[in-house]
Design a protein around this ligand. Sequence first.
Ligand code: F6R
Length: 609
Amino acid sequence: MCGIVGYFGKEQATSILVEGLSKLEYRGYDSAGVAVLNDDGKIVVDKCKGRLANLENKLDENPIHGFIGIGHTRWATHGEPSDLNSHPHSNAKGTISVVHNGIIENYIKLREWLMEKGYTFKSETDTEVIPNLIDFYYNGDLLEAVMKTVEKLEGSYALGVVSSEEPDKLIAVRKDSPLIVGVGKGEYFIASDIPAILNHTREVYLLEDKEFVVMDKNGVTILNSNKEKVEKEIYHVTWNADAAEKGGYAHFMLKEIHEQPKAIKDTMTSRIMKNHSIKLDDITITKDQINNIDKIYIVACGTAYHAGVVGKYAIERLARIPVEVDVASEFRYRDPIMNERTLMIVVSQSGETADTLAVLREAKKQNARVIAVTNVVGSTVSREADDVLYTWAGPEIAVASTKAYVTQLIAMYIIALFFAENKNTLSKEELEAIKDEMLLLPEKAKELLENNDKVKTFAEDNYTNRDMFFLGRGLDYAVAMEGSLKLKEISYIHSEAYPAGELKHGPIALIEKGTAVIALATQENLFEKMVSNIKEVKTRGAKVMAFAMEGHKEIEKTVDSAIYIPRTIELLAPVLSVIPLQLLSYYTSIAKGCDVDKPRNLAKSVTVE
Ligand code: F6R
């Protein structure tokens, strides 16, 4: 999820590159760098770990002069965020530099092949094979060398390449990673996304896979893999920069909700495979250690805590280990009992939440083993935990967490299955059946996103309500808590989540004519009981929107509006049922005219107690 830019023109390249990168920081921001061809035709690289501001400070102290250059802002995948792993990457002689967004899947093989030929490597990245392959193939024609190189690459890439061998040129190419070309007056740009260049031009070429871009004194030329010129139409950008960063969506939250099918898929990739055991590269806990665990704690804050509640159900049901789940700010002060047979799982999108971090440290002090589930490579929790399971949601910008939550759920299921496999608590058939269903989730999530009219209508009819209640039983209660948090966060409507069976012990006193109630009824074994609870609130005048699995049409007789989620096994239902709840809070917030992406009083990363 990195961002790349390139500039070829008559202005100083560095400031244009840095400005472009600032518009791409949403794609990742753990390190940044530039490579510029200086006035002597040599490549000067400056790059460092951390936010773009760090790079800007370095460049202020040591400016680079030159009119052609490439830049990168990184969201680490291969190798932790560090100065060395930052892009651009270069060949040993420093004559070829490359920025890359994507993943080179066969980089280990390529690296070994290059090492046999005497090449050496400095970083842990997949990218570093690219400048070295270009070096290997370079024979007086940079374009030819880049073309031969991409023939060898498997995976995804958007590349910007400069070389001191041909200092009046910039070459770019893409496959399965975004890249556009900006056309100004006597100046040209490449970028991962349009906002990076909108201050300079609104005329762009949208590149297809394996189209090669050559910028030189003749202007910009686009060629196919046979070196034939491709005639392309200029696309004139009419939207403003702010909207473009959201990829055409009105808000980051909506964009991130729609990114969930991909995020779910990415988080499962290479971990969940048909007829293969669960593969967790970054987890070193052994079978013996798993069998020695007598207690698991899952501790987190806010939305991540809600993912933990689902995790408790999943681990207890599949791996038969007792799990306690708690919010970090409470857990840390309740004198918890832990020892070497305790496993602590901390869940944190940002990996920087102060309370969660304090729990992690307390667990380590008491000799518990710690697994971190986090979305940010190189974050503090990932560095301090014994093991890390990354969620591959990509950078989440909206303050209200959506895609991070569903990937945290996937991480919980993966851990539960991994333990079940190691403890032999499930038969091979049972394990395979759950994995099969998991692999279908991205498609089912996509399906749900295509049908949200009823949710929008309910939001538009109820946004003036003072209160809203979310009810559910079992896993539906866990999702109800998340739905309620989302609604209060971004629409400022008072909302509460209750276990539906608990209602009659007090909260039902709050239900009156017109009270909006969201009822989750996706758990087959609790369906009839849930319908009875819905009747209890309907009798008292509540307006009810219910969520049930496809096929439960009978619920329509009891409720005002029914939403069906694609059929899956009960255990996995939260991944799907949360999606319409996210949309409900989104549309309610819009109807109320609230600031969806930056709700009042909140921050994305809570690094204070
Ligand atoms: C809610 C939300 C917060 C976070 C919480 C923990 O939408 O985003 O409740 O979930 O602050 O943050 P992380 O996961 O970064 O530790």
